[in-house]
Design a protein around this ligand. Structure first.
Ligand SMILES: [Fe+2]
Ligand SMILES: [Fe+2]
Length: 291
């Protein structure tokens, strides 16, 4: 049963059928990481397992679900950042299975192997972009290149309808809550930088700010949103920030993000047209003067 008890973040929270949030509600840290555990019969997989400092808390929550570490057959890493891969060797130690698999994209594997001591790294390409539990439950993988890393991808669990979106739909929120609730007023707001209601915190603003900061450019974000729009999900579970389960909120955030401007390098180069870019004359002049 889905538990939305906000006071109960000290426990693993079942957010959907067999899907558990096992993150650390660290009130000292702004950037909350959300590792997820999927339990299917005798098997379990962990998605974006978390950082090394968070590992004791995350593993305690995994054990609270009643599984043994040995039942974890695979660790899925949707890119290679330390906030999700930092604890790979801790998982390997406690799971202690010769056949433990690390699943990721090939572009990530060359970095993940620097965290991993013993596991076989299997690429989603080799798996045909699908992972099947013994029961037949399937996880499907979709590439979202450069959103934010070259090998980034998202994972769709058809049984629960959850799309694990990694950094996409994430936010750097100091007022964290597991489930996003967007107020009616915020859906029609015209100025997210200065709240007309004088609220000191705005979930929408935080999500937009996070994408401007984390995504490399508008085109990579738009491409990822177009890809995600083809996935028949009903719930979004990001690696940071809040889960988005309300259909209206999902549609609202897709609309906001697909029109977002000044994302990554586009915000730094601002409105400089492409024709004006590429001026390396200072270097050419300097070397010419050395001739
Ligand atoms: Fe990341
Ligand atoms: Fe992240």
């Amino acid at each position: 049963m889905i538990n939305r008890d906000k006071e109960n973040y000290d426990r693993a929270v079942e957010i959907a059928d067999g899907v558990f949030w096992v993150g650390f509600n660290d009130t000292q840290e702004g950037l909350h990481c959300n590792p997820y555990l999927i339990i299917d019969g005798e098997e379990a997989v962990v998605i974006d397992g978390g950082s090394r400092p968070d590992f004791p808390t995350v593993m305690t929550k995994i054990l609270q679900t009643g599984i043994t570490p040995k039942s974890i057959c695979a660790l899925i890493y949707q890119h290679y950042d330390p906030d999700l891969c930092g604890s790979v060797s801790n998982y390997e130690d406690i799971i202690d299975r010769d056949d433990l698999k690390i699943i990721s994209k090939e572009e990530n594997s060359m970095f993940i192997r620097h965290y991993s001591l013993s596991s076989k790294i299997v690429s989603v390409e080799t798996l045909g972009y699908n992972f099947a539990f013994a029961s037949g439950r399937k996880l499907a993988f979709y590439s979202t290149p450069y959103a934010h890393l070259g090998g980034s991808f998202v994972t769709f669990d058809s049984k629960s309808g959850v799309m694990f979106s990694s950094d996409l739909f994430g936010s750097y929120g100091s007022k964290w809550q597991l489930f996003l609730e967007i107020k009616k007023e915020c859906r029609i707001c015209e100025n997210y930088d200065k709240c007309p209601l004088n609220e000191d915190y705005c979930h929408v603003r935080e999500i937009l700010k996070f994408h401007k900061m984390m995504m490399p450019c508008e085109r990579s974000l738009i491409h990822a949103l177009e890809t995600m729009a083809t996935i028949p999900f009903t719930k979004i579970a990001p690696q940071h920030g809040s889960c988005i389960f309300n259909t209206e909120d999902i549609v609202f955030m897709f609309n906001k993000l697909v029109k977002l401007k000044k994302v990554g390098i586009d915000g730094i180069l601002d409105d400089r047209p492409y024709g004006e870019l590429g001026n390396i004359n200072p270097l050419l002049e300097r070397f010419r003067s050395n001739e």
